[in-house]
Design a protein around this ligand. Structure first.
Ligand SMILES: *[C@@H]1O[C@H](CO)[C@@H](O)[C@H](O)[C@H]1NC(C)=O
Ligand SMILES: *[C@@H]1O[C@H](CO)[C@@H](O)[C@H](O)[C@H]1NC(C)=O
Ligand SMILES: *[C@@H]1O[C@H](CO)[C@@H](O)[C@H](O)[C@H]1NC(C)=O
Ligand SMILES: *[C@@H]1O[C@H](CO)[C@@H](O)[C@H](O)[C@H]1NC(C)=O
Ligand SMILES: *[C@@H]1O[C@H](CO)[C@@H](O)[C@H](O)[C@H]1NC(C)=O
Ligand SMILES: *[C@@H]1O[C@H](CO)[C@@H](O)[C@H](O)[C@H]1NC(C)=O
Length: 756
């Protein structure tokens, strides 16, 4: 109102009062002088008197913003002035001569939107001053400013999805678009919150809920941004941020739960009425804001237990001696104080309370006459598995009651030889010991077996126990048969060894005691005749009258039997090899040998050695002496004698003998390779002839030597003639009957042939 009034006054001054004044002055100065005056170009002009001049607040200091322009009627030079109200800032300065107005102070529309100034013009004599208003126009120089910082809000965790939880506000002092504000959240897309861009209302996202137990606080960054506007010639958008701290308030959404279950309590016989048995403890699941817990007994107390509803302490209300049961299972309920009894609001647990018998006695073993801790029995080894050792009469007893009288029995000792029955005992039982592994009860391994029988309480804290020694003295049985040290024995003996020579000693072991462990040896079998065995030492030797001859038999085998006093026995095999000695010398077939040698063909001498084995029966031949001269080579292995290669004709031989007779006399030797070596010699007479003569001579000589052969030849000639006759007659007969019979005919031939 005032502003409008002053503006009107200003207009009035300008358009009405000043011209009037001006006229008045003009009239008075007509004689002398007129006052200078400003040109007036109205609003928007950059020169004139600055009336209604508007300037943007972002104009830089030092800018030439206006030019005051006026004139003097007398055309005198004018000077300009610019002053401000007292106490007001001096925003502009004017150059008095040119009238150039410069900005000298930063403008801020938000602080001062309108500046009042006094502009003046003078020609040296008259001075005209005018009050003008200069308007400061807006630039986008302010950023949105959040109101009511800091943003900290508490949100209950059970707030419904989509609910609005807060409204942020930011103010931008700029005008127009630069002063409008919109909002958005600067955070991950997973955030549980959204904001309305216009209103600044912060919400929980439609499908999200808060959970104190996972995230008790959220920090959301809100950005407030203006619509943008000009600032120093450029488009500028300004924004600011603020953090909203959202504290999730725990809601009562988790039931209480008992801690440290399972619960066990004990009542002792000495407990007094009212004494504490056990204290249960439950915790509210809503730990951010826990409720106190109310405890109560649901059932199972049997009227003898009570619970303190605040502390959870269960106490006994009666004397322990009046309790009817040994075991109580008390069901206790924990409810959150001040909440309904929905299914999610409570927890139930069981407290097991046991009445403990303090007069605990250890278990005790009894024999037939009273308490006993050593039990002995004598029995034969190797009782059958599963047999009950009836020699033991053991009773075990625990005079307590209930759990205190419950104990287990264990038999501790070598291996899993024996088993005890029963394994678990209540109060009293007859102890039975059963054989499990009969091989472990062996006199040969030890004549005494020692075990410990244990009785240990199972369910008592003291674990009382008792032990007893179980001693078994074993009696031997003939449970072992003699066992040879080897399945077979090998012996070697030289032939010709004297009768009674030792061959090999066999051993069989029988660990049994007494006669059951005494071993007697015998031999039998087809090859055993020449041998004998010492019945106790097992030494095998040849019979006193027997000598062995490798040439007659070099291998013997037979069985040796080891027998204990009860006739239990085992067998082993004995192999005897008779080793050959060189006890024969080689021998030629005839002491005097006659041979006819055809030139170019060999003759052969042969000697035999009766020894059984090489090298004793391997013979080497040699020519010791030849008369008249050695014209022969002998193969030392085969005994084949040949003429030396250069003897190719009778002439050469005649040339050597210098006589007509070609008779040679050779002294040949046959020597075996045994050690020592034996040899024999013979004289071989050789008659050397030429081929044809030799054949005829030898043939007839052969015939005369072999009259049987001549007779055989005659017989065979006669027989052949008979055969031919039979064949011819048969063929003729066949032709006669051929037409009718074919098969019988062939049979007939067969018959005849067979008859032949
Ligand atoms: C002042 O105004 C007059 C008349 O319009 C003009 O001729 C003159 O150039 C102006 N002077 C300045 C400095 O603008
Ligand atoms: C006044 O301003 C005009 C135009 O900007 C310029 O030409 C002149 O030199 C200035 N005069 C002075 C004294 O600054
Ligand atoms: C919420 O989630 C369900 C299933 O994921 C979907 O069908 C529904 O459109 C969602 N609602 C909103 C508002 O996103
Ligand atoms: C105690 O209550 C539970 C649940 O109702 C029930 O199963 C149980 O048999 C009850 N025990 C006694 C001793 O009554
Ligand atoms: C329950 O226990 C609390 C804490 O120990 C005790 O202050 C209170 O007296 C007890 N209430 C009863 C009835 O014994
Ligand atoms: C036989 O001996 C004589 C003299 O010693 C010799 O001249 C002749 O050549 C010999 N004949 C043959 C066939 O060697």
């Amino acid at each position: 109102m005032f502003r409008v009034l002053s503006f009107q006054m200003c207009l009035f001054c300008t358009f009405f009062l000043f011209p009037l004044l001006h006229a008045t002055l003009a009239v008075t100065a007509r004689q002398s002088d007129y006052a200078p005056y400003f040109y007036d170009y109205g609003p928007g002009a950059t020169h004139g008197n600055m009336a209604l001049f508007s300037i943007s607040e972002d104009t830089p200091v030092g800018t030439h913003v206006y030019t005051l322009n006026g004139t003097d009627p007398e055309e005198d030079p004018v000077r300009y002035g610019l002053t401000f109200e007292q106490g007001s800032r001096e925003y502009f300065r004017v150059d008095p001569k040119s009238g150039n107005v410069t900005l000298v102070q930063e403008l801020d529309r938000e602080k001062q939107a309108e500046i009042s100034a006094l502009v003046s013009i003078t020609d040296g004599r008259n001075k005209v001053a005018e009050t003008v208003r200069i308007f400061v126009t807006d630039a986008n120089d302010e950023q949105p400013e959040f109101q009511n910082l800091p943003f900290a809000i508490d949100v209950p965790e059970d707030t419904a999805p989509g609910s609005s939880i807060y409204k942020v506000t930011a103010v931008d002092k700029d005008m127009g678009s630069g002063g409008s504000v919109s909002y958005y959240l600067r955070s991950s897309p997973l955030t549980k919150f959204t904001i309305d861009g216009h209103s600044g209302v912060l919400r929980i996202r439609a499908n999200e809920t808060l959970d104190y137990e996972t995230t008790p606080a959220h920090f959301v960054t809100v950005v407030a941004q203006d619509g943008g506007g000009k600032y120093k010639g450029q488009h500028q958008v300004m924004s600011s941020t603020a953090t909203v701290t959202i504290t999730v308030v725990d809601a009562q959404d988790t039931p209480p739960s008992f801690v440290g279950t399972p619960y066990f309590g004990y009542i002792y016989e000495v407990s007094l009425p009212g004494s504490d048995i056990f204290t249960v403890y439950a915790k509210d699941g809503d730990q951010g804001n826990p409720n106190s817990i109310h405890y109560s007994i649901m059932n199972g107390s049997d009227g003898v237990f009570d619970i303190n509803s605040t502390s959870g302490c269960i106490s006994l209300t009666t004397n322990p001696s009046q309790l009817k049961s040994e075991l109580y299972e008390i069901r206790v309920k924990a409810i959150e104080e001040g909440r309904g009894e929905g299914p999610m609001d409570y927890d139930i647990t069981t407290v097991t309370v046991r009445v403990v018998d303090l007069n605990n006695h250890p278990p005790t073993f009894y024999g037939e006459t009273g308490p006993q801790n050593r039990f002995e029995v004598t029995m034969f080894e190797h009782p059958p598995a599963g047999e009950i050792l009836r020699g033991f009469k053991i009773t075990v007893n625990d005079s307590d009651q209930g759990a205190n009288a419950k104990f287990k029995l264990r038999l501790v000792g070598p291996g899993r030889v024996l088993r005890v029955v029963p394994q678990t005992v209540l109060n009293e039982a007859q102890v039975t010991i059963i054989v499990e592994d009969t091989s472990g009860i062996d006199y040969e391994k030890g004549s005494t077996l020692t075990f410990k029988l244990l009785a240990i309480e199972i369910d008592t804290p003291e674990r009382f126990s008792a032990t007893a020694d179980i001693i078994i003295h074993l009696l031997d049985t003939n449970d072992n048969i003699p066992a040879f040290t080897s399945e077979y024995y090998i012996a070697r003996i030289d032939e010709n060894s004297p009768g009674g020579s030792s061959l090999v000693s066999v051993t069989a072991i029988d660990p049994d005691s007494g006669p059951w462990g005494e071993v007697k040896y015998t031999i039998y079998g087809s090859g055993s005749d020449l041998f004998s065995i010492h019945f106790s030492t097992g030494m095998i030797s040849t019979q006193p009258w027997a000598t062995l001859d490798a040439e007659a038999r070099s291998k013997y085998n037979f069985y040796v039997k080891a027998e204990d006093g009860e006739g239990e026995y085992s067998l082993a095999e004995v192999f005897v090899t008779v080793l050959d000695l060189n006890d024969h010398s080689p021998e030629f077939h005839e002491s005097l040998l006659e041979e006819t040698m055809v030139i170019g063909a060999p003759v052969r001498i042969e000697a035999v050695d009766e020894d059984a084995e090489s090298p004793n029966n391997v013979i080497e031949y040699s020519i010791m002496k030849a008369d008249p001269k050695n014209i022969f080579d002998i193969d030392c292995n085969t005994g084949v004698i040949k003429l030396k290669p250069y003897i190719k004709s009778m002439e050469i031989i005649h040339n050597i003998t210098k006589s007509q007779e070609c008779k040679w006399s050779l002294l040949v030797e046959a020597r075996d390779r045994g050690s020592p070596s034996f040899s024999t010699t013979a004289v071989l007479n050789i008659d050397i002839t030429e081929a044809i003569k030799a054949r005829i001579v030898s043939y007839f000589m052969g015939l005369s030597k072999r009259p049987l052969t001549v007779f055989g030849m005659c017989v065979s000639i006669v027989f052949t003639l008979i055969l031919v006759t039979i064949c011819i007659s048969t063929i003729m007969y066949c032709n006669a009957v051929k037409k009718s019979r074919v098969h019988p005919e062939s049979n007939y031939i067969k018959v005849i042939r067979r008859a032949k």
